[in-house]
Design a binder for this molecule. Sequence first.
Ligand SMILES: Cc1ncc(COP(=O)(O)O)c(C=O)c1O
Length: 332
Amino acid sequence: MGTPVDPVPALIRQALADASDAPGYPLTAGTPALRDAIAAWVARACGAGVDGLGVLPTIGSKELVAWLPTLLGIGPGDVVVVPSIAYPTYEDGARLAGATTVRTDSLTALGPDPRVRLVWVNSPGNPTGRVLPAGHLRKVVDWARERGAVVASDECYLPLGWDAQPVSVLSPEVCGGSYEGVLAVHSLSKRSNLAGYRAGFVAGDPALVAELLKIRKHAGMIVPAPVQAAMVAALGDQAHADAQRERYRARREKLRAAFTAAGFTVEHSEAGLYLWLTRDEECWDTVDWLARRGILVAAGVFYGPAGARHVRVALTESDEHVDAVAGRLAEV
Ligand SMILES: Cc1ncc(COP(=O)(O)O)c(C=O)c1O
């Protein structure tokens, strides 16, 4: 279904333990070591220059996704654009702020007038695994800048490109070397198996990040000090992330072959942590068919009406379970 199952790497657990004597309040902005580690990782993984880049740790990325519209002062009468098939928290966050959500992948469909304040993009996407090309992201950024809207790019699956190479909103070919109006949202939950630690961060427009910091400081949205230390260790080590990526690659290949052989069509899924599958029937019929074989998947309709004929299969299962799924599908 999507929760990481592999162990937390030893060097990260050690860093957490070593920082456990933490009687004082932690820094909302992040320790200098963490801020440097985030900036260095963003430079490496997103191809971003660190000059003028705002960075801020978050308590996992879900809380930021849910509260971003509110933290940006978005409210009733404002519009938040989310992908047509999307992680549900984008819409939940707009609702918390009292704003209106529009689901679309094409900004030209919006017409001339709505008060769009925030546009969410998510590449590689959950649940579809779709990768948006740099040219598409660039058009979104240009469109939003012309209207004074913010582009929030949820990039929590960026390190998991398989058949396509995902591009960050912070890369010069997308943002043109300026971070004005753009925020990239990242998470260590999947890269480093840290979903239980709640470790994420946001990087981008320094003025927007400063505004978020001001409010989050007063609202107590602070990453615990031991988790900040664990994040420094995680961001500074690529070996564990490469090893985890290889686990997901092997599981993806097995699952993709098994579902294809059982008559499923795999759509998109060129990157990220999911296979987006259809048997060209209502998703609940597929969920039911698989459940009868002891295989649990997410119904596509959870992610929007356009997902009503698909299901989402996560790569976050043990090798033993993945083998069991392949075995059960082979009996069909
Ligand atoms: C697209 C997307 N964004 C954000 C999150 C939140 O991740 P976390 O809060 O663990 O950082 C998830 C979790 O599955 C996700 O799929």
